[in-house]
Design a protein around this ligand. Structure first.
Ligand code: ADP
Ligand code: MG
Ligand code: ZN
Length: 631
């Protein structure tokens, strides 16, 4: 106890020092904002540098001695030279050392006479250190200024008053974009549409003569990672024009007025460098429909958006400036942005199909040494739904895995492993599942897999696994589509529904009890059925009418926004119809699985033993069954 009391005052002092000098205080992190700390440190360093410089450059190795000792030197005649200033006397001693000294002048009227007597060489001076004095101030001030500038830069925009008005820091201008259309694959339609823009940028006059209407703004719409940014850069690279880019999300955290100033800045810079491309990434962050947010505090965004609209309207296409923007949520954009003369050209970027995925894999594996056993076509077939960024990531992961195994080439095993990783999150083999859980998951996944192999229209099973991956999925059944699908028929949807229910029904049959593991399956099943009933007109009872679900803007108080386009009765009917669909599917799956109960048991046991089973193995088991059944 007593020790503690002793410590206390010390701690208080330390706290104050910390507060003063900005050390991190673990008890009170808000003593000073981190950025203020930063500048105090730079100030201290500058002060230290200042005093150090003074000593080093302008004092030399000079000894300060008492006046009495100086008088002794005079009496001994030991002085080589002497200069007498108004306040200080400095001189050099005789002898090899040539020691310099100074002393503070004392009222001593007899001094000159004494010096003459001892034949000492002396002179007076009148503040002759002017140059030295100036230097001794200017150099440190210069250094201080440089350090300060450096500190301001590090702190980034918005910290210093100086960075407010003209802020080119965040506008990226690339004069020589290396990206070309050859670096973009799998999104050929979008590429085709943008070729026109490239031609225009290369030769604006030609287009004007022919009277062609050139789009002012091109909006690239697509999921994250589909290559929107890449494509915009490629347009600049192909046309060999400057590429100005800025991200919409950067405006959001800025102070009022800064964003608008930045937009003005951007357009004036671009006008000076035409032909060029202005690219606004994440346009949705900036261009959200105005007045949707009831929290207020979006003045900045609105101001910036308004400024953008003003600039776009005041811009003439014949200057050779094309404005491009990217978004993955076009539906939330302010309609004003999409009006003619603004982003009136919209280019949709889809997920790549199997050919596209193969082409993208080819591009990204160009610089990777592939094993001859790697079949990019096959990998493309295994990765439906992957976008360009996922595929780039996949190649990279595979290369890393091969490197970790000290292999010379990247083989198909690495790709398989990397697919597993990218698909389901990192493998977590060390996560322990107790044996009961393992059994349940084995039956659950077996249920999915057997149903998938037993219905007519489901994709064949590639692999069944109970190795936990990620957080949510306990196991997974990987189906490999034989082709990309754009349209689905009613029976295909029903089969997909059956596969989703397979896991849950297997648990029901075997354990007479159900676990929470099927929640995601049921969610997806319900979504499919709801779409069948309300959007695709696939329910006899509800007929061909579609029942749109009302979109609900976030943060709106009350529920006036939830008005459906149909009556309460219809809503109830829809719900009944959905339940009916699901129940029918439930009975169907129950029948499928009870008939194949032997195989279900066999597969589940194999799974809990080996943790994963290939599709072929499962098909072998099922062919036995089919023989027994006589078909
Ligand atoms: P987005 O802007 O649509 O989110 P990006 O253009 O930033 O996507 O894509 C990220 C990365 O993924 C790119 O740098 C590229 O390496 C890769 N990539 C994405 N789409 C493609 C594609 N179609 N062809 C080749 N590479 C792609
Ligand atoms: Mg992007
Ligand atoms: Zn499941």
């Amino acid at each position: 106890m007593s020790r503690k009391r002793e410590d206390e005052p010390q701690e208080n002092l330390m706290d104050r020092l910390r507060a003063l000098f900005g050390f991190q205080d673990p008890h009170n992190k808000n003593v000073l904002p981190p950025k203020a700390r930063f500048s105090i440190w730079y100030f201290l360093i500058a002060v230290l540098a200042f005093s150090y410089m003074q000593q080093y450059f302008f004092s030399g190795k000079v000894e300060t001695i008492p006046y009495s000792q100086f008088k002794q030197y005079v009496a001994q005649g030991n002085l080589a030279s002497l200069s007498i200033g108004p306040e200080v006397i400095s001189g050099t001693l005789k002898g090899a050392s040539g020691q310099k000294f100074t002393t503070v002048r004392v009222n001593d009227p007899g001094l000159v006479k004494e010096l003459d007597e001892n034949k000492i060489n002396y002179s007076g001076y009148f503040e002759s250190q002017l140059v030295g004095t100036i230097l001794s101030y200017i150099i440190p001030i210069g250094i201080f200024f440089l350090i300060w500038r450096f500190a301001m830069k590090k702190m980034g925009p918005g910290m210093g008053v100086m960075s407010f008005s003209k802020s080119k820091a965040k506008i990226f201008a690339e004069t020589e974009t290396k990206v070309t259309f050859a670096d973009v694959a799998g999104i050929d339609e979008a590429k085709e549409e943008l070729k026109e823009v490239v031609e225009f940028l290369q030769n604006p006059e030609k287009f004007q003569k022919l009277g062609g209407r050139i789009p002012k703004g091109v909006l690239l719409v697509g999921l994250p990672g589909t290559g929107k940014t890449l494509l915009a850069k490629a347009v600049a690279g192909e046309a060999k024009v400057t590429f100005f880019s800025i991200s919409g999300s950067e405006f959001v955290e800025m102070f009022v007025g800064v964003g608008a100033a930045r937009v003005r800045d951007l357009f004036s810079q671009a006008a000076a460098q035409a032909p060029c491309i202005i690219f606004i990434d994440e346009l949705d962050a900036l261009g959200k429909a105005r007045g949707v947010n009831v929290f207020g505090g979006h003045d900045e965004r609105e101001q910036t958006l308004n400024q953008l609209l003003v600039e776009m309207d005041g811009f003439e296409t014949n200057k050779g400036v094309i404005i491009m923007a990217a978004t993955n949520r076009p539906e939330i954009l302010d309609p004003a942005l999409l009006r003619p003369g603004r982003f009136d050209r919209q280019v949709l970027i889809d997920r790549p199909d199997i050919n596209g995925r193969e082409a993208i894999l080819k591009i990204h594996s160009k610089h990777v040494v592939l094993d001859p056993d790697v079949d990019l076509r096959k990998i493309a077939g295994l990765t439906p739904g992957f976008v360009g960024a996922d595929l780039a990531n996949l190649v990279n992961e595979s290369a890393l895995l091969a490197a970790r195994k000290n292999k010379e080439t990247v083989g198909s095993t690495e790709f398989d492993e990397a697919i597993d990783r990218v698909v389901g999150g990192l493998e977590k083999k060390n996560r322990v599942m107790n044996s009961k859980e393992k059994e349940i998951v084995s039956f659950h996944e077996s249920g999915h897999a057997i149903v998938a192999e037993s219905v007519d229209h489901a994709d064949p099973v590639h692999k069944v696994s109970i190795i936990p991956r990620g957080i949510a999925a306990l196991g997974y059944t990987q189906q490999r589509p034989t082709e990309d699908r754009y349209l689905m028929t009613r029976s295909e949807l029903l089969d997909r529904l059956a596969v989703l229910l397979g896991g849950r029904v297997a648990e029901e049959l075997v354990f007479n009890e159900i676990s929470t593991g099927a929640q995601n399956d049921l969610q997806r099943a319900t979504d499919i059925v709801r779409s069948m009933v309300t959007e695709y007109g696939m329910s006899d009872r509800m007929g061909l009418v579609t029942y749109e679900r009302a979109r609900q803007p976030m943060f709106l108080p009350g529920n006036f926004s939830q008005s459906n386009t149909y009556s309460e009765e219809k809503a109830a009917q829809i719900d009944e119809e959905i339940a009916q669909f699901i129940e029918e599917a439930h009975q169907r799956v129950k029948k499928i699985l009870s008939e194949r109960r032997n195989i279900l048991d066999e597969l589940a046991h194999l799974l809990s033993e080996k943790e994963s089973v290939q599709g072929e193995e499962l098909r072998k088991m099922l062919s036995k069954f089919k023989l027994e059944m006589g078909n």
